[in-house]
Ligand binder design. Sequence first.
Ligand SMILES: [Zn+2]
Ligand SMILES: [Zn+2]
Length: 256
Amino acid sequence: MTMALTIVGCAGSTAGPDSAASCYLLSHTDDAGQTWRLVLDLGSGAIGPLQRHCDPVRVDGVLVSHGHPDHCADLGALDVLRRYGPSRDEHVPLIPLLGPEGIDRRIGDVSGDPTDRGAGTYDFRALAPGDTVRIGPFEIEAARALHPVSALAYLVTAGDTRVLFTGDTDRCAEVDAFAARATAILGEAGWAHREVNPPGVHMSGDQLGRMASEAGVERLIVTHIASWLDPEPTLLAVRAHAPHAVLARPGDVHEL
Ligand SMILES: [Zn+2]
Ligand SMILES: [Zn+2]
């Protein structure tokens, strides 16, 4: 069985007029016919369009790359949906929430109650680089990403498909090692808007294209281009090295 990747939101740095910030839905149907769903990031604005693609309170896990708002601001919104929404009186299981140490505190930062960790909605497990976790058919491996705050990249395997989700990262050996094992890459090119990129924050289109090309991965979905920019020049820069690369667009579904 293949994996399907739905682009829920792909805008970088903030939500934009036509897209929520970082949020993706991975689904995989196992041999018994059960479909499993994993949310990758829950950035600002994502809880809206996520409801077009699934019932967010019934997903099988939420994976967060790091604590910037464009990647985790709507963790609190999913908590509200679960506590007050139509499923509030049903005994829906807690949602496994995986991410760097302290991600659960971001829920309280948004709700205004610093003690609020979303404990009635999430079963939080802090991940460190090198950790491997299994949720249903998904094997999830974490690696250190190169970003100004504690950040993880993920390699998610189900069946014969291995997807690298870079989160936010400059190019680095740990993420390169995941790329070398991946069959598909959902990769950020967040430095589209700078001529000279400060190190340790994002990749440019050129860097992302080179990473995929050197890893020998043809399936490349380019994302996290700043919400205020035309993404086409970045795509051209990526395609100079990875000619099959495509842009992430909200609502698109990729069979991987
Ligand atoms: Zn970001
Ligand atoms: Zn970031």
